[in-house]
Design a protein around this ligand. Structure first.
Ligand SMILES: CC(C)(COP(=O)(O)OP(=O)(O)OC[C@H]1O[C@@H](n2cnc3c(N)ncnc32)[C@H](O)[C@@H]1OP(=O)(O)O)[C@@H](O)C(=O)NCCC(=O)NCCS
Length: 246
């Protein structure tokens, strides 16, 4: 009985925390992404009891094309991460929720970091083998071909956003991938992730498909709709709609 009582007493505080978190997300979506992404965010939240809705842009980059200059607004050093950087990133993942890709330890994952002084302010990854993750959970993947690389999991520390750091790292990643012999790069960006799309688009990537996924709460199948663009990513010839068994 005391357990039930204390749970009832804690309920208003939990509800208040949730409302505060949601309102912060709404304000930040409206401020940095705009009105349509806000409507999309609300639609996703509304549908979330039924399942997870996502709309992603597939970007492609011919690595032979010139790479534009980028001028970050702060003095930042971009390098391939070494063992100590990876250790630091794992700590940041534990303490501050930085994203670490699930295959981080595979030899075909290459991590780049941006530092201001000794502080890591950004990490971003290139996959040099394996697959493109259209969805991680449940996994929907497409194997990379020879000469193809996948750019993924870019993250800038909250306090350093809006200083062109992502753009600067993405530029270094393009130069590196070209230098080591890749011919083509892919990246997936949420269609409503305007901050990320800006960096990708200013560096000459082209959106070649827009794909909608719906994963039901108890998924056995995931609904995939190639809204426009490249049709052959799921091996289904010219079909736009796929039910992928998971
Ligand atoms: C997407 C992300 C990596 C961009 O990093 P960044 O270093 O801020 O990128 P840039 O400085 O090049 O800025 C891109 C845009 O962010 C927006 N922005 C500016 N200040 C911002 C702030 N304080 N907070 C959030 N976004 C801001 C602006 O629209 C800016 O565009 P502009 O340069 O034309 O003004 C970063 O927002 C992030 O880590 N987001 C969470 C993870 C994520 O979405 N990763 C991408 C997965 S594909």
């Amino acid at each position: 009985m005391p357990g039930v009582f204390s749970r009832v007493m804690r309920f208003p505080a939990r509800l208040l925390r949730r409302v505060r978190r949601r309102s912060r997300e709404v304000v930040s979506t409206l401020r940095y992404r705009g009105f349509w992404p806000l409507l999309w965010y609300l639609a996703k939240s509304f549908l979330s009891p039924l399942g997870q809705l996502s709309l992603v842009n597939l970007y492609e980059r011919d690595l032979a094309e010139p790479v534009p200059d980028v001028h970050p607004k702060v003095d930042v050093a971009v390098t391939v991460a070494d063992g100590a950087d990876i250790k630091e990133l794992l700590t940041l993942a534990r303490t501050q929720g930085w994203p670490i890709p699930r295959h981080a330890e595979e030899p075909w994952e290459r991590c780049f970091v941006a530092k201001i002084g000794h502080e890591i302010v950004h990490s971003g990854w290139i996959r040099e083998g394996g697959s493109i993750d259209f969805l991680v959970d449940p996994p929907i993947e497409r194997a990379l071909g020879s000469g193809e690389a996948y750019f993924h999991t870019a993250y800038t520390s909250r306090t350093w956003r809006g200083k062109m750091i992502h753009s600067a790292v993405a530029r270094e990643k393009l130069l590196y991938a070209r230098k080591v012999g890749f011919r083509k790069a892919y990246s997936l960006v949420g269609a409503d992730n305007i901050q990320s799309r800006k960096a990708v688009e200013r560096l000459g990537w082209h959106a070649t498909a827009r794909i909608l996924f719906f994963v039901g709460r108890r998924p056995r199948y995931t609904f995939v709709w190639v809204v426009n663009g490249r049709l052959n990513m799921f091996g289904g010839g010219r079909r736009r709609v796929h039910l992928v068994r998971v």
